[in-house]
Design a protein around this ligand. Structure first.
Ligand SMILES: Cc1cc2nc3c(=O)[nH]c(=O)nc-3n(C[C@H](O)[C@H](O)[C@H](O)COP(=O)(O)OP(=O)(O)OC[C@H]3O[C@@H](n4cnc5c(N)ncnc54)[C@H](O)[C@@H]3O)c2cc1C
Length: 309
């Protein structure tokens, strides 16, 4: 820790918190501490930071708004990076991109999904309604290929901007990126482990009334089905091909199962909720027990959607 402090302080003068409790940041309201949490505010600043971290062999990772991650109880012994400042911007006005009236807009990876959905309503541009009610950042949504109601972010992406692990910028067209269920992989090897710094979306004009109606209906659907008044990271497990994680968990009789203060939500069995002061260990133990018992009951091994860092 002392060594990390000395090295990082020698080249980083931006916003930084040492020994930061990630339970205060993540939507699960649980998890260990990050040795250092920094906020990068511009492309050049982030690029320079990555170069120095790599040179010094310091472990690092960019995170979004913590709505799909869990830091283990023992903590993260490197630098977690959040994108702030310039990265939160939606760039000016949308640009007409073809004969069919589609318009494109460039958005920084640090922008919240909620802000972009609100912006699309004001500008009467459709395509992002499915994101209404999904917490997190645009970087996180692109990295996770976030989706709901039969749509996913890949459907409206035209281009993604990255900074690779050597600090170099890349703009990559949708056709050169492989999007799959809750996963994104740029084809180019040089982009292995790269940071998403922005994305360009292609949206269709529609009336404000219709866009708002669709957003409202999605948010109402979430309120009906999801335990939104208690800390969680959304759906904990990925749906296996042709089935639903929730159906398998329910069939195995695990509704309401607890480990410490972590619980399989009775309202939505694919949500693991923190009913108070659940530790990351409680959550991981409960995750393993659900995996084990679903496997014994149905022969299917559930894979977590939540990233354990
Ligand atoms: C109540 C609730 C409901 C939810 N509903 C849905 C839903 O319907 N559909 C859905 O898909 N998800 C859902 N989620 C999960 C989550 O909101 C999404 O996955 C979201 O897109 C994650 O964004 P984030 O900024 O919080 O990312 P984080 O959770 O901070 O990070 C997730 C992963 O992305 C990586 N990452 C983040 N930003 C970047 C970046 N800029 N560059 C490279 N890697 C990055 C992180 O390292 C981590 O591996 C829900 C969560 C909650 C709490």
């Amino acid at each position: 820790m002392m060594e990390l402090q000395q090295t990082l302080s020698s080249f980083w003068t931006g916003t930084l918190s040492w020994d930061f409790s990630m339970a205060d940041y993540c939507t699960m309201k649980s998890g260990g501490r990050a040795a250092a949490l920094v906020v990068a505010t511009s492309g050049p600043e982030l690029s320079g930071l990555i170069v120095r971290l790599e040179e010094n062999s310091i472990r690092w990772r960019v995170i979004g708004r913590g709505s799909n991650i869990l830091i283990p109880t023992e903590g993260y012994d490197g630098v977690l990076i959040i994108l702030g400042g310039d990265f939160c911007a939606i760039a000016g006005d949308p640009v007409l991109s073809g004969d069919d009236g589609r318009q494109t807009i460039r958005v920084g990876a640090g922008c919240s999904a909620a802000k972009l959905v609100g912006w699309s309503v004001v500008h009467q541009l459709s395509g992002l309604e499915f994101m209404a009610g999904i917490p997190g950042s645009i970087g996180g949504a692109v990295f996770m290929n976030a989706g709901a109601w039969g749509s996913e972010i890949a459907d409206v992406i035209e281009k993604v901007s990255f900074i690779d692990r050597r600090g170099r910028f890349h703009d990559v067209g949708r056709e050169d990126i492989e999007f799959s269920y809750r996963r994104m992989r740029p084809g180019d090897q040089a982009l292995e482990g790269a940071v998403v710094v922005g994305a360009t979306f292609s949206l269709r004009p529609d009336s404000k009334r219709r866009i708002i109606e669709r957003c409202r209906s999605h948010v109402a659907g979430r309120r009906r089905k999801q335990p939104l008044n208690v800390a969680s990271a959304g759906s904990f497990f990925k749906n296996p091909p042709g089935d639903s994680a929730g159906r398998l968990i329910e069939a195995a009789g695990l509704k309401g199962l607890r480990k410490g203060q972590a619980m399989v939500s009775p309202k939505h069995v694919n949500f693991i909720v923190n009913t108070g002061r659940a530790s990351a260990d409680d959550i991981v133990e409960l995750m393993r027990e659900v995996q084990e018992r679903v496997y014994r009951f149905s022969g299917v091994r559930l894979e977590p959607e939540v990233h354990l860092l």
